[in-house]
Design a protein around this ligand. Structure first.
Ligand SMILES: [Cu+2]
Length: 417
């Protein structure tokens, strides 16, 4: 049994949580001898999905979703728009996952890979009644289908859980993974990478879903944790390309003080350095298609040296890791990136597109629409960086379109010959 540090939330979150205790389990000092893998939610077998849904419903019943929403809201300026963003959200997700495991120890937080249906998110199964529901209903924007159908919330006011898609019936496009990989390839420092991801691929999903999802209390919606698990996975993949990224951070916090691995994370008061490896002590997880951090040997401060022993990574990762370990110059992540040109994602997106618009099979993909300066500023985001990311994603989508046109032309020519 984990020991709870019960925090009386009244002082921080006001009346709403005054009577209830929001559990803050301490991070364990080591990991069990098992591999805990976070998977794509659509790859979960039905019984695992049902277990996950049962757990989050129980968390909701206990008022914990309100606790997460209010906590995130109250310190929002400290954890967005600066170098606490990645580490703090990793810790926050782990907090959520540990509370999940209080209810059912065998359940892991899955991620929502919005890159699969980036072009037409409304066709994403995750946004249907079979998973976590889509748009709120007309009028009051209440989510009426899926795992959170007719959920209420008590923070910041008593209401239903809401979503309101950006364009009425549509969220607009998200980022294709090829553009995300462009950012992974070009960013050198943590600060660069954080700013480019936060002000690009991350923001557009919050804006697209709208309603509670575009507010600072978005963690009242379970989908927040699955979206941020995807963001965390993207960070983990970028880290896996250079071992130093598991040890060092850079940039500044909200008070313009430098962030180092010994800076403390807001609210949790643990060092940023403790959150830099997903399989480090207390975190103890890996993503199904991201190489794990090398174990203790590379960490100088091995005061807590018990890392997860990794046995059962998925095949592609295991193979890529083995290849990298055999003296190859490329990293495991490079091998994976090379194998994954996102053709599958694009094919899936195109399949849906064709299905949904029979007359426009020749239509180009559309890039996400720009986030407005007002929207960005209200969320501690960077208008100039968002504009640079918009230019990047526009360019990548144009490349994808031109390749598709060439392919079609080649196919037509072959047919004619
Ligand atoms: Cu956040």
């Amino acid at each position: 049994m984990l020991k709870y540090i019960c925090i009386l939330f009244a002082a921080i979150v006001g009346e709403v949580m005054a009577k209830s205790m929001f559990p803050m389990p301490r991070l364990p000092n080591s990991c069990p001898q098992e591999t805990f893998v976070r998977r794509d939610v659509v790859s979960l077998p039905p019984e695992d999905l049902q277990r996950f849904i049962r757990v989050v419903r129980e968390m909701h019943r206990r008022g914990w979703m309100d606790g997460f929403g209010s906590m995130h809201d109250h310190i929002s300026h400290q954890i967005h728009g600066n170098e606490q963003f990645f580490a703090w959200h990793r810790r926050f997700l782990r907090h959520f996952e540990m509370l999940m495991q209080e209810i059912d120890p065998g359940v892991m937080l899955p991620y929502w890979n919005w890159g699969t249906y980036w072009q037409s998110p409304m066709a994403d199964p995750v946004l249907t009644g079979a998973y976590f529901g889509g748009n709120g209903r007309p009028g009051d924007n209440c989510v009426m289908e899926g795992a959170q159908a007719r959920w209420g919330r008590n923070y910041p006011t008593r209401n239903c859980l809401t979503r309101r898609f950006r364009y009425g019936a549509s969220t607009g496009a998200f980022w294709p993974m090829r553009a995300v990989r462009d950012v992974m390839n070009s960013a050198v420092t943590h600060a660069q990478f954080r700013s480019r991801i936060e002000n690009g691929a991350h923001g557009i999903v919050h804006l697209g879903l709208g309603g509670d999802f575009e507010t600072m209390y978005a963690p009242v919606d379970v989908l927040f944790f699955m979206h941020h698990a995807m963001i965390d996975k993207i960070w983990a993949e970028w880290q896996s390309r250079d071992p130093l990224r598991y040890r060092n951070v850079d940039g500044y916090d909200s008070a313009r003080a430098p962030v180092t691995s010994s800076s403390l994370m807001p609210f949790y008061s643990e060092e940023v350095g403790t959150a830099l490896a997903t399989n480090g002590p207390g975190y103890c997880y890996v993503y199904d298609d991201v190489p794990a951090a090398p174990t203790a040997a590379m960490f100088k401060s091995s005061r807590r040296a018990a890392f997860v022993v990794l046995k059962a990574m998925v095949n592609s990762t295991a193979a890529a890791t083995a290849a990298a370990g055999e003296g190859g110059s490329g990293t495991a992540a490079d091998a994976i990136a090379a194998a994954d040109e996102d053709t599958e994602n694009e094919a899936l997106a195109e399949f849906r597109r064709v299905k949904h618009s029979a007359n426009s099979t020749m239509a180009d993909f559309l890039p996400p629409s720009p986030m407005t300066p007002e929207w960005l500023k209200g969320r501690h985001m960077d208008v100039a960086e968002a504009a640079r990311m918009q230019a990047l994603v526009n360019k990548v989508v144009a490349q994808i379109n031109s390749e598709r046109r060439q392919k079609r032309a080649a196919a037509a020519a072959a047919k004619a010959a």
